[in-house]
Design a binder for this molecule. Structure first.
Ligand code: ZN
Length: 223
């Protein structure tokens, strides 16, 4: 059961194609994984179509279908990605494990770079959006921990598979977590590993003891 969802505002911006490419991909992947947000997105699309075309109940069905096509075009224009999928585009392989990719990520498989080991039991693979934004897969093996940090900008994390915890909660498949400078946290895994998709709009700021010495480590999350 997914506990954490994008905000109403983010879903509206997702439908309107107003999000940055990194956020579009992160929110879009959440929507792939979340029935609740799928039906919410459908409502927003209908409302948007109503605003653009008037009362849709008076319109022939093909006009409504056209509105859907138009919304798709808005989203695709913001993130032009068209390629036929091959079977191997549907999953990631790492540490002998196979992770199924939700549709939005599978469509963007060719943007996923190779895996690099970071500190401890953490791996990172960048997603190249061609926009200069930072979007990474972060894989944490079991018993891995990111030093406590705050955020100068906004960090959005989506759990693709597995579970991680921090001081305030537990996050599982599909959970979408948005954190800013107000939040201080220490994400970690316990018995289960965790694959996440994470976007940051400014470097992490490590706050506790020796991990302050690790501040250059934040650059590992970037390029
Ligand atoms: Zn949701």
């Amino acid at each position: 059961m997914i506990k954490f969802h994008p905000s109403e505002q983010q879903l509206v911006e997702y439908v309107a194609g107003d999000l940055t490419a990194a956020m579009l991909m992160t929110v879009g992947t959440h929507v792939d994984m979340c029935r609740h947000c799928q039906s919410h997105v459908q409502d927003i699309e209908e409302k948007l179509a109503q605003r653009l075309f008037g009362d849709v109940t008076d319109l022939p069905a093909r006009w409504i279908a056209n509105a859907d096509v138009m919304i798709d075009e808005i989203i695709n224009a913001a993130m032009p990605v068209h390629r036929s999928l091959s079977d191997s585009d549907n999953y990631l392989l790492l540490e002998g494990k196979r992770f199924e990719l939700p549709a939005t990520l599978a469509r963007n498989y060719h943007r996923i770079g190779s895996w690099h080991k970071m500190l401890g039991k953490m791996w990172r693979a960048p997603v190249d959006l061609g926009s200069g934004e930072v979007l990474n897969f972060i894989y944490m093996g079991t018993g891995a921990q990111v030093p406590e940090h705050t955020h100068r900008g906004t960090e959005a994390t989506l759990v693709i598979n597995g579970v991680f915890v921090d001081e305030s909660d537990e996050y599982r498949d599909g959970d979408f977590v948005l954190l800013d400078g107000q939040h201080k946290h220490t994400p970690q895994t316990q018995q289960e590993d965790c694959l996440t998709l994470a976007t940051l709009d400014a470097p992490l700021q490590f706050t506790s003891g020796i991990s302050r010495l690790l501040n250059p480590f934040s650059s590992l999350f970037f390029k």
